[in-house]
Design a protein around this ligand. Structure first.
Ligand SMILES: [Zn+2]
Length: 58
């Protein structure tokens, strides 16, 4: 299996900060850790899908 690169936390986004904190507090390679990574990726896709644009449709 190929490990996808982790999305970068977006500065100023409280959700990204929370995911980073949760990942740091969770033991790597565990199911809980994987869950946080999935949720973070989903959050990025939903809220940061166009990272090069500022603002975007609201
Ligand atoms: Zn975010």
């Amino acid at each position: 299996m190929t490990e996808l690169p982790a999305p970068q936390a977006v500065p100023g986004c409280p959700c990204c900060a929370e995911f980073s904190d949760r990942l740091a507090a969770t033991a790597p390679q565990t199911s809980a850790w994987s869950d946080v990574r999935v949720l973070r990726r989903r959050h990025h896709a939903a809220d940061h899908s166009s990272a090069t644009t500022t603002g975007g449709p609201t």
